[in-house]
Ligand binder design. Sequence first.
Ligand code: NAP
Length: 249
Amino acid sequence: MKKLDGAVAVVTGASKGIGAAIARELALAGANVVVNYATSREGALQVIRDIEEQGGKAIAIQADVSNSNEVDQLFNETVEAFGKISILVNNAGIFTFAPVEGITEDQFLRQYATNVWGPILTIQRSLECFHELGGSIINISSGVTRLLSPGSALYAGTKGALDLITVVLSKELGPRHIRVNAISPGATNTEGAQAIGAMSSESQQHYIAGTPLGRIGRPEDIAHLAVYLASNESAWITGEVIHASGGLR
Ligand code: NAP
């Protein structure tokens, strides 16, 4: 018997990076997994193939987490395929860094829509799909809320909001036996981090120098914690924001 046998999990933004690793690890632990993606259908299908090769079950569903009709569709199709859910991982997120003069209205609206409105919307729409016995919501925040580096005002603001939403909703949803926690990854080597130059050798050296455990984070480092927070092993943990950063602070 695996620790997530019988569980149904929705992972947003699971076509690559941290979300893909979380989807794979949840499936390895026995959950049936919905691999949500926005644009990278091929990436999502690869994650499904990886899961099936490990003997797991998963489906891919396209939905922009900031679009209410698409989020409705995401949960309708999930319940149709697998029945009631017990795990929601709000991982979909976007990040740009710029000094305050460089923040554009478009970046502001897109980042808050994806990183803050997205999780509110998915949590709202997921509630009627949660199993009567409850379950676990895991919001993927960021270590930027602790590093507070110059240039991170926009992105850190979205994740700071997500941290507070996590704690408030743990109180609202506790009576329904739904736990709500957040994971704050440190610098993690993903496609998204590479795309903004955060994994250049100079940036990696900078992060490693500040990391007691002396390396860059891997998506699996975050995924293992997500499996723990999804499982009954963390049954007494809610409203927590847990950093997974090798000690980077
Ligand atoms: P990534 O490699 O860029 O992957 C992002 C994922 O989110 C992709 O699957 C993408 O889907 C999806 N996505 C983006 N916008 C979406 C939307 N509107 N609706 C649905 N899906 C959407 O990013 P990552 O580095 O793995 O980051 C994942 C999460 O971890 C984010 O919340 C990020 O803020 C957080 N985080 C990352 C780091 C890091 O160092 N990498 C550190 C701290 C926190 P498509 O590809 O299909 O468009």
